[in-house]
Design a protein around this ligand. Structure first.
Ligand SMILES: *Cc1c(COP(=O)(O)O)cnc(C)c1O
Length: 348
């Protein structure tokens, strides 16, 4: 709290609000945390995805493979570039894109795979990277729910051509407003992203690209530098609470799979249950507030209904049965034990 105030007062005194030292400092710190060469701070997670795709200048109408159960922002980023999302169903065990179902969707128009590390668990990256290499496709990682997550010891955002992050306040690393970033191993890529976020110019009034305005706010960057040293604590605390659920919940609730190759950061703790809506109402009667991530799959959203055709039964099943339980840095083990006790009394 005091550190936030100090950072804010510092910006106020210096009177520097756009692309200053605090943005540069956070970019360096976040790149170092993730172990990559380059980071560009942006205005939101959606913009990070939009600019990662914009970087490649794919011909209009090119196809991008994306999981059918992702948050809508991932799919909107594809449309904002005049590209076509091709939905691939997730695995029911991980809720992440099924690597075995990617290949059948690839054709000569396919340009990229946009994977999403949903709920804080990384995708099965080895087969995904192998498929991408075989077909010469770019890989972009949507890491908005996976700050600090690991797959076989390697961090989210460091596998693909770009790692896209959101620092929306409720994410594991959250600002006090909107913010986002792109990571890349190649510093030259980051240089172009830094131009694209600033009307397409490296040098003031010399526009090299058709850019946008998506700069990470200087004040938010200061807040993010205050928060970043606590990210591991936040992730560890959420992990401890998730393990509590995992051990305490009865088998009627389908819990997320824990696997030694994956170090999850538990952005969201979901269970699935066939009577999800009754369970949700029962918990609310007992003063336990839950969420649904997400209630409507992208292909059934009004905005996309005439664009995304086909049935996605696995995605629909997840959307129908998933429930997100209380899990945040401010919850205690005792809070979680209480939820477990009440859940285990649910009569269906
Ligand atoms: C939050 C989120 C985004 C969008 O981030 P914003 O900062 O809100 O634009 C994109 N993808 C996923 C998976 C998200 O959870």
């Amino acid at each position: 709290m005091e550190d936030y105030q100090r950072s804010f007062s510092d910006s106020l005194e210096k009177g520097w609000f756009i692309l200053g030292k605090k943005v540069e400092q956070f970019e360096e710190e976040f790149a170092a945390y993730c172990g990559v060469a380059g980071c560009a701070g942006l205005a939101s997670g959606l913009d990070a995805l939009v600019l990662a795709l914009r970087y490649f200048d794919f011909p209009e109408g090119s196809e991008v493979i994306v999981p059918s159960n992702t948050y809508i922002a991932t799919i909107l980023a594809i449309y904002h570039n005049g590209l076509v999302p091709v939905l691939v169903e997730p695995e029911l065990s991980s809720y992440n894109i099924d690597p075995l179902k990617i290949e059948e969707k690839i054709n000569s128009n396919t340009k990229a795979i946009l994977v999403v590390h949903l709920y804080g668990k990384m995708c099965d990256m080895d087969p995904i990277m192998a498929t991408a290499a075989q077909h010469n496709l770019k890989v972009i990682e949507d890491c908005a729910q996976a700050h600090g997550a690991l797959y076989k010891g390697r961090m989210a955002g460091t596998f693909g051509d770009f790692g896209a992050f959101s620092f929306y306040p409720t994410k594991n690393l959250g600002a006090l407003g909107d913010a986002g970033a792109l990571l890349a191993a190649d510093p030259q890529r980051i240089e172009k992203i830094k131009a694209l976020r600033n009307y397409g110019c490296h040098e003031k009034y010399h526009n090299k690209y058709i850019g946008i305005n998506s700069r990470l706010d200087e004040i938010q960057a200061g807040f993010l530098s205050v928060k970043l040293p606590f990210l591991n604590d936040i992730n560890n605390h959420k992990k401890k609470l998730a393990e509590r659920y995992h051990e305490g919940l009865m088998y009627d609730f389908i819990r997320p799979v824990i696997h030694e190759d994956y170090q999850d950061v538990n952005h969201i703790y979901t269970v699935r249950h066939p009577q999800r809506d009754e369970l949700r109402a029962y918990l609310l009667e007992n003063n336990i507030r839950t969420e649904i991530h997400y209630p409507i799959p992208p292909h059934q959203q009004e905005a996309l209904s005439n664009r995304l055709e086909g049935d996605y039964p696995i995605s629909e099943l997840i959307h129908r049965t998933t429930l997100s339980l209380p899990l945040s840095y401010s919850h205690t083990v005792a809070d979680i034990d209480k939820v477990i006790e009440i859940m285990n009394k649910f009569k269906n």
